[in-house]
Design a protein around this ligand. Sequence first.
Ligand SMILES: Nc1ncnc2c1ncn2[C@@H]1O[C@H](COP(=O)(O)OP(=O)(O)OP(=O)(O)O)[C@@H](O)[C@H]1O
Ligand SMILES: [Mg+2]
Length: 314
Amino acid sequence: MIQYNETIPVIVLNEEGDIIMMRNLDSLRIENPAYVEKSLARMREHSAPIEINLGEDQKQYLYYDRSTILTNLTYYPVIQLSVILVFLLVAYYAFSTSRKAEQNQVWVGLSKETAHQLGTPISSLMAWMEILKEKLREEKFVGELEKDVHRLEKITDRFSKIGAKPKLRDENLNDVVESAVAYLQTRSSNKITFEVITTDTPIVLPLNVLLFEWVLENICKNAMDAIEGEGAIKVSVIDNNKFVFIDIGDNGKGIPRRKHKTIFKPGFTTKERGWGLGLSLTKRIVEEYHGGKVFVANSEPGKGTTIRIILNRV
Ligand SMILES: Nc1ncnc2c1ncn2[C@@H]1O[C@H](COP(=O)(O)OP(=O)(O)OP(=O)(O)O)[C@@H](O)[C@H]1O
Ligand SMILES: [Mg+2]
C-alpha cells in the first residue's frame, strides 16, 4: 500500500527511531538530513503515527503528512485571488495614468489657448497706451492704466508658461517672497496686517519667478479670503540647509481636517465666486515644476491655517 501511494509523504520508523523508508518527499533534498528531520517533525505535529504490528512484538511507526494534492488545493484559491488582484491593480493603474495624461492635455491646451487669445488685444492695448501717454502726459490715471496693462501682460505670460515645462533660473527666494507679498499688501484692505520673515543670508534656488509669485499670490489670497474682518497673515522663510520651508499662516476661519487634501483638487471651492483652481495650480507649479511639496501644515476651524511649501536646497 505504501509503495503504491504516489502523493502522501510518508516516513516509516522502527522501534529504535531509525528511518526505514521514505516516500514522496522532495527527491532533490532527501539527501539532506536537516530536510528529513524537518519533514518528520512536521508529520509528528500533523498527527499521531500509524502503528504497524509485524508480530513477534516488532512494531513500526508510519508517519504521514497531508498529500501534495491537498496542500496544493489549499494554496490554489490564494494564488488565484492574488493573480486577480494583481490584474485589477494593473488595470486601475493604466486607467488612472491615462486619465491623468488626458487631464494634463486639457490643462496645457487651455493655458496655451488663453495666453494666445489674450496676446492680441494686449499688444494692441500696449500700443494705445503709448499714444495716450503722448497725448495726456499730465494725467495721473495714465500711469495707473499702464500698470494694469502690464499686469494683464504678466498674467498672460503666466498662462503661456504653465502650458509648457518652464525654465528655472537661480534666484534669491527671499526677494521673490518679499516682492510678492508687497504687491498683495497694496491690494488688500487695511484690516489685514502682513508680516514677512526672511533669512539674513540669501537663499538662491532654481525658480521660475513668474510662476512662483503666482503660487504665493494664490495662497495669500486664500488667506485673505479666510479672514473675516480683521486679521493677520504671516509669511516666513525658514532654511535648514537641506530644505527651505515657506509657511503662510493666517488667523482666518480654518479648514476642517477631512478637507486638508481635498482643497488641492481642481474645482473644489467653498466660495460663491471661486473656481477652485488656485490651489490645484499652486500644487502643479510647486510639485511638478519646482520638485517641491505643498500641503496644509496645520489648520483649526475658527483659529487659522498654515500652508507650507517645501523646496529642496541644492
Ligand atoms: N487659508 C485658508 N483658510 C481657509 N480655507 C482655505 C484656505 N485656503 C484654501 N481654503 C479652502 O480651499 C478651497 C480651495 O481653494 P482654491 O484656491 O483652490 O480655490 P478658491 O479660492 O475657492 O477659488 P479660486 O480658483 O478663485 O482660487 C477654498 O474655497 C477654501 O474653502
Ligand atoms: Mg483661491
